[in-house]
Design a protein around this ligand. Structure first.
Ligand SMILES: [Zn+2]
Length: 406
């Protein structure tokens, strides 16, 4: 590495460590920021010589990154941004901190994918899904797909691992010369009813989809979820045992296996490592408190609320909504989500915007009780499981109350 990059790396690591020591989070953003100030090409320098996979999409990228990093661990040390700092500052910090590893798996915010592809020259890019995020900072989904498509067209040597079930992802990936398709399902359909190529309606039946006005249609998936397992490109079925809940996470495991296979890792080698992943930065964490087994589920946009309802057991459920900067200030997205899966279970609500949630549940005819604190929520449910579904800052608040559970 050039001298400037060496100095930048060292200062970046020190800044991150100081920030951590001062109790200001994990320090990866500030560390990366300072490093990039000293050497604007630091990410490129740190990436060079490593075989890298990037993981992007609206939902599931933190979990899939964690699973793919676990799978690649079969081959040797893997650098990864496991704290979810998924912009170039976070990538820079993660690579600086990891030292010289042969491999890296990086979660990338969908807005930054083009830049991070340019700067890290990845071997593999995994595209999970595209749907609306918090309303007031979402780029239109089709615009994001166009950005991805243009970015990949400039890097024909990259292997793309892409979700065959999402028309937006298929259209974005389609021009690449090396594509592996996986099928991880698409629970949220509202952002892909119109073909991004021709503007015609997209029709769906029995897991298949096709455009009614042009040749765009669902490609055959080489990796797919079947029962509690994953079918690989040779047609062999592998049982997937995870500590993470829901079919959604079996889909994330299928994606991780497909990414790892691009590096030569076989499912049979990777699977035992996937089963060791218990929670990711508090997501899916289970904590026992006063006889209640509390499980934390993060849900930050309409698609991920549907997934959270799928993962939650039929048990008392606490919903917490904030609308601070990282969450988006507009809570009208609550009306995009169908809350009817919460019928027939005790529902508690809390958070800065609990009353927005109250109105929404009222509309769905779901009885609920408002609690003022997480402690009160715990006291108001019987012994046993309490599911907690919260959006971004609400999730962090509850995680802090549970002593920053990981
Ligand atoms: Zn079309």
């Amino acid at each position: 590495m050039p001298l400037r990059a060496k100095v930048a790396t060292s200062v970046s690591k020190t800044a991150a460590a100081l920030s951590r020591a001062a109790g200001r989070g994990d320090g990866s953003v500030i560390g990366g920021w300072i490093g990039l100030k000293i050497d604007p090409e630091l990410l490129t320098h740190l990436a060079s010589g490593r075989a890298i996979a990037l993981v992007s999409g609206t939902n599931g990228k933190t979990t899939t990154t964690r699973l793919a990093a676990a799978a690649l661990g079969v081959l040797g040390p893997v650098a990864t941004n496991s704290f979810g700092a998924n912009m170039p500052t976070g990538h820079t910090s993660a690579l600086a901190k990891a030292g010289a590893t042969p491999f890296a798996v990086l979660e990338v915010d969908e807005h930054y994918l083009a830049r991070v592809i340019d700067e890290t020259n990845p071997r593999v890019v995994a595209l999970l899904n595209l749907s609306r995020d918090q309303l007031d900072r979402a780029k239109e989904v089709a615009m994001m797909a166009q950005m991805w498509r243009t970015a990949l067209a400039g890097h024909p040597d990259v292997s793309v691992v892409a979700n065959a079930d999402d028309p937006m992802v298929v259209w974005a990936a389609q021009g690449s010369s090396h594509i592996t398709w996986f099928s991880a399902g698409q629970r949220w359909l509202d952002d892909s009813f119109v073909c991004p190529e021709s503007g015609h309606p997209i029709e769906r039946a029995n897991g298949d989809w096709w455009c009614t006005g042009c040749p765009l249609r669902r490609p055959q998936a080489q990796w797919r979820v079947e029962d509690e397992g994953v079918v690989d490109p040779r047609g062999d079925w592998h049982l997937v045992k995870l500590q993470l809940p829901g079919t959604v996470n079996i889909g994330n495991a299928a994606t991780a296996l497909a990414v790892a296979a691009e590096f030569g890792v076989r499912p049979i080698e990777a699977l035992p490592r996937l089963s060791t992943v218990a929670s990711i930065a508090g997501r899916y964490a289970q904590v026992d408190r006063d006889g209640r087994n509390i499980r934390l589920l993060l849900a930050k946009n309409p698609a991920s609320w549907l997934e959270a309802f799928d993962m939650a057991e039929q048990a008392p459920t606490l919903l917490s909504i904030n609308a601070r900067d990282p969450d988006g200030f507009d809570t009208s997205w609550l009306y995009d989500v169908d809350f009817s899966p919460l019928h027939n279970r005790p529902v508690l609500i809390t958070g800065d915007r609990a009353f927005d949630l109250a109105v929404r549940l009222e509309v769905n005819g779901i009885p609920f009780r408002h609690v003022l604190s997480f402690e009160e929520a715990i006291r108001s449910v019987p012994m046993g499981r309490l599911e907690v579904i919260a959006n971004y800052t609400a999730f962090q608040d509850i995680r802090a109350e549970l002593d920053r559970v990981n």
